[in-house]
Design a protein around this ligand. Structure first.
Ligand code: 6PG
Length: 478
């Protein structure tokens, strides 16, 4: 009888295969399974030499190949396929076995599956895994949610395969139920905002600065040595520098300008609306992708709708530096909003999220890994109940120093007719958030006029209504 495996992975598409290889390379015995047997055979043929794998054709053999209590990582497409695998696995498992969903599942599904598995005597964990194919193989950022006792049983594997920054694994228990997938969802939302801001910077440097893709690539390479240092800035430099083999020009110039999405950014925005958290950067990034998808409509509009006459920037060097500062300030806002959302979700769901720890596990392995996440961890370490990241001195100063350039960028883009939804909405959020008194008093007055929705006064307690169309008198309504 062969030695039983420490952990099993079912679903051997590239993410599942790479996670399994990562585990085996770290010395864990791994049972692997795929719905299509040929894929399992191929996997063993290609990677069998990398570690102690057991390939199983049937789910029963797969389950039998595991040490008990069993730990099974499910890496299939989010949605119905996850439910299908659980339904097939459950009758073969014993009480206390752990099913780990490592895909990009929507957090309410994870909550539902956790409850369903608990009824069956099984333990379910939803873990966010970020880092793409390479991260899965060499060290992703891992956001595990679910029963802490179940986490304690698999923490050795997860922390060993995770990325590691300064001796700290990019993996920590996030919270119960769907908390891990929730944090992964917000990670992806921030990823959308980061990418949108980068795209807007590229658009400005192209259409206002008159720079070519490789020239902008060099600028991003330089930016990656300062405050903006991050994986996404680094790969932007590489993508912009790439020459197309067919045309000999920049590859990016021949890529269709329609952004696709799988849903995590949209879920983040929808949840922010449900929670009542202003999440403008990420939400604008989602809308920008949907606008980009209207390619036919945009092409028709481009010859119909008027814009300003093109004029080159007077001072390109200054534009480049202004855009860098605007990018940094807007990025800070996107993170401030995303963290405010996680705080609100934590309060609403009783998750007790450690926000500093979330920033810590995003420092390595994941798509939004960045130098400045250290500053976010420090911010929450010194102020655990922080309402908004903008309020800690480091970030207050960072956006304060950048604000003049940020405003110039928004003005310049508007004058040149370049759409900058993420830059401008971030600045508007900043200006809205720092106002002691905004214009919502008028909104309340209007609502009271047409719907008797009442308002509060700054100089008296209680709710009031003015009989606008009758005698004009104010009455207290509570
Ligand atoms: C990650 C990525 C990963 C994936 C996104 C892409 O953290 O490793 O976020 O999860 O690349 O799902 O999302 P869109 O297809 O929606 O852009």
């Amino acid at each position: 009888m062969a030695e039983k495996s420490r952990i099993g992975v079912t679903g051997l598409a590239v993410m599942g295969a790479n996670l399994a290889r990562n585990m085996a390379r770290r010395g864990f015995t791994v049972a692997v399974h795929n719905r299509t047997t040929a894929k399992t055979t191929q996997f063993i043929e290609d990677y069998g030499h990398e570690g102690a794998f057991t390939g199983s054709e049937s789910l029963q053999d797969f389950v039998d190949a595991l040490q008990t209590p069993r730990t099974i990582v499910v890496m299939v497409k989010a949605g119905k396929p996850v439910d299908a695998v659980i339904d097939e696995l459950a009758p073969l498992l014993d009480e206390g076995d752990i099913i780990v969903d490592a895909g990009n599942s929507h957090f309410p599904d994870t909550d539902r599956r956790t409850a369903h598995c608990a009824e069956l005597g099984l333990r379910f964990m939803g873990i966010g895994v970020s880092g793409g194919e390479e991260g899965a193989l060499n060290g992703p950022s891992i956001m595990p949610g679910g029963d802490p006792a179940a986490y304690a049983e698999i923490a050795d594997v997860l922390t060993a395969i995770a990325a590691n920054v300064d001796g700290t694994p990019c993996c920590t228990h996030v919270g119960p139920g769907g908390a891990g997938h929730y944090v992964k969802m917000v990670h992806n939302g921030i990823e959308y905002a980061d990418i949108q801001l980068i795209a807007e910077a590229y658009d400005l440097l192209t259409h206002v600065g008159g720079l070519s893709a490789p020239e902008i690539g060099t600028i991003f390479e330089q930016w990656n040595t300062g405050d903006l240092e991050s994986f996404l800035i680094e790969i932007t430099g590489i993508v912009l520098a790439k020459t197309d083999e067919r045309t000999g020009g920049p590859l990016v110039d021949v890529i269709t300008d329609q952004a696709e999405q799988k849903g995590t950014g949209r879920w983040t925005a929808i949840d922010a609306l449900d929670l009542g958290v202003p999440l403008t950067g990420i939400t604008e990034a989602v809308f920008a992708r949907t606008l980009s998808a209207l390619r036919d409509e945009r092409q028709a509009a481009s010859t119909t709708l008027a814009g300003p006459a093109p004029k080159p920037a007077a001072d390109v060097d200054r534009l480049v530096d202004d855009v860098r500062q605007a990018l940094y300030a807007s990025k800070v806002v996107a993170y401030a909003q995303g963290f405010a959302q996680m705080r609100a979700a934590s309060q609403a769901n009783g998750w007790d999220l450690d926000l500093g720890a979330m920033a810590r596990i995003w420092r390595g392995g994941c798509i939004i890994r960045a130098q400045f996440l250290n500053r976010i961890t420090e911010a929450y370490e010194s102020h655990p109940d922080l309402d908004n990241l903008l309020m800690v001195p480091y970030f207050t100063e960072a956006v304060g120093n950048a604000q003049d350039a940020w405003r110039r960028v928004v003005v310049t883009a508007t004058e040149h007719g370049v759409a900058i939804p993420a830059f401008s909405s971030s600045l508007s959020y900043y200006d809205g958030y720092r106002r002691e008194r905004g214009p919502a008093n008028l909104i309340q007055g209007l609502r009271d006029y047409f719907g008797a929705h009442t308002y509060h006064r700054i100089d008296a307690d209680g709710a009031f209504h003015t009989r606008w169309s009758q005698d004009g008198a104010e009455v207290r309504t509570d």
